[in-house]
Ligand binder design. Sequence first.
Ligand code: PGA
Length: 248
Amino acid sequence: MANRKYIVGNWKMNGMQAQLSDIAHIAAIAAKHGGVDVGICPPITLITAAANANPDFAIGAQDCHFNEKGAHTGNVSAAMLKEAGATYTILGHSERRADHGESDADVKAKAEAVHAAGLGAIICVGETEEERDAGQAVAVVTGQLAGSFPDSANADWLTIAYEPVWAIGTGRVPEISDVEEMHGAIRAKLGELMGEGSDAVRIQYGGSMNGGNAAELLAVPNVDGGLVGGASLNAEKFGPIIEAAEAT
Ligand code: PGA
């Protein structure tokens, strides 16, 4: 049986207090589409206000530190995110891996910390264009997955996002056949890593998903949702993706 679709907006470093109204509009659309799970991950500065204003809507974070507390200037812990009002966080986004040198081992440690604090996690994996051109995409992505995979993995709290680095923010998306191949490979790897229960772990596609291509992407076998950047910033763009997810 297909998994319930899960659509999450990653706002990255976008959004001031003035944009809280956009989250409220998106939450209102999500409330009308009860067949799909929807959330927004705003910057940390908006988490508490967004969660307080939209108590039935899933507000998440974009990263967290793997330690509980201590001398880590500029970082926040999973417990801090939870107290702020987040119920889950994105981990290992390619922008974190590239800009902050996050390794698979870091992402794994973060996932364990997040789970211990009672939050959900979306672990991101994805190949660069050079890696795809070299025919290494599946090996790179399944390798990242294995290296980032927490021992306590369970579909109740863990989601995987496949995000080809070259598709993020570029308007380019992979061939549908390539999406199907990669999501199938991730599903098979989850089976190896987890055994029983792996089919229930949702695998999102991310990278230039929008209202025009969401229906086709979300219909691909083993695509259980989307992690959406640019097209999640307002209800006009994000709403059609939520609608497409409910229709598939
Ligand atoms: P994009 O970003 O939808 O703007 O390509 C997706 C992401 O980075 O999660």
